[in-house]
Design a protein around this ligand. Structure first.
Ligand SMILES: NC(=O)c1ccc[n+]([C@@H]2O[C@H](COP(=O)([O-])OP(=O)(O)OC[C@H]3O[C@@H](n4cnc5c(N)ncnc54)[C@H](O)[C@@H]3O)[C@@H](O)[C@H]2O)c1
Length: 267
């Protein structure tokens, strides 16, 4: 039996894309899921985010694998939403072993034209949101004297990206949080790492294509540079790395950045 069996994972941005894929991969290992998602549209970035029906179908799919799945609709920018979800998770499932800070948005904008509201929304969701969620989950993990936090950054958290300076800033910020939290939380046996995928085949890229009036293939080619001959990786490829990092196999891995980029950063 997997060492993950019976654990509880709190996943943000779980309705679709990478968060959903990780939720299902963990459920398959016997992990109970708390699926936190806004599940409604936002004026910015303006493309389709997760939906209530996706959360409902995630719950059905996870429960069919024999685990509990709590649905928590909320915004990572709202402490009241996060507190309600964390309280419900602990009240119902008793603990939180894994936090996957994954909710995020992306949109293009030239540095000198970017409206201040777009900068704020990007940083508030991608960076401050990760902190607000961790702030509520960490005391639960401290009391347990165990836990794993995984922040979903990007290759944009390790390099620059054209017309994505606000996105890159938020993703580099996650590296700072990862390293600092790893230092603070090591005495409680709480591990903290970040992952850095290249383009992943999720609704986010369809959304970017829609905003840019182009195709998803063109979006992939624009940031092309993978050494391996693939336009992007699949969410399941990233989930495989996540499964390792949150498991006891990685019990001495903390404060580190894990790249899954099909060779892109080697160029
Ligand atoms: N897709 C890629 O190419 C790629 C590459 C590297 C890193 N990432 C990162 O992976 C993470 C997941 O991205 P994805 O590709 O699955 O995106 P996605 O748009 O397909 O899914 C994001 C999910 O987050 C939710 N969400 C957005 N804002 C939220 C908020 N304020 N509060 C709660 N939930 C919110 C959405 O409803 C949606 O379900 C993001 O942090 C993204 O930056 C994506």
């Amino acid at each position: 039996m997997s060492d993950l069996h019976g654990k509880v994972a709190f996943i943000t941005g779980a309705a679709h894309g990478q968060g959903r894929a990780v939720a299902l991969a963990l459920a398959r290992e016997g992990v109970h899921i708390v699926a936190f998602d806004l599940a409604k549209p936002l004026a910015y970035p303006g493309y389709a985010l997760g939906s209530e029906s996706e959360l409902d179908s995630l719950k059905r799919e996870a429960e069919a694998m024999g685990v509990s799945c709590l649905i928590a609709q909320g915004d990572v920018r709202r402490d009241a939403d996060i507190k309600r979800a964390v309280d419900e998770a602990v009240g119902t499932l008793g603990r939180i072993d894994i936090l996957f800070n994954n909710a995020g948005i992306c949109a293009y904008g030239l540095v000198h034209e970017l409206p201040e509201e777009e900068w704020d929304a990007m940083l508030d969701i991608n960076l401050k949101g990760a902190w607000l969620v961790a702030k509520r989950v960490i005391p639960v993990m401290m009391a347990q004297k165990s836990g794993v936090i995984l922040n979903n950054s990007s290759i944009a958290g390790l390099r620059g990206k054209n017309r994505l300076s606000h996105y890159a800033a938020s993703k580099w910020g996650l590296v700072g949080l990862t390293k600092s939290w790893a230092i603070e939380l090591a005495p409680y046996t709480i591990r903290v790492n970040s992952i850095h995928p290249t383009g992943v085949n999720t609704p986010m890229n369809d959304g970017l294509a829609e905003l840019e009036g182009t195709t998803t293939q063109e979006i992939a080619e624009r940031s092309a540079g993978n050494l391996l001959p693939v336009p992007w990786v699949e969410p399941e490829d990233v989930s495989a790395m996540v499964l390792f990092l949150v498991s006891d196999k990685a019990r001495y891995v903390t404060g580190s950045q894990f790249v899954l980029d099909a060779g892109l950063l080697t160029r």
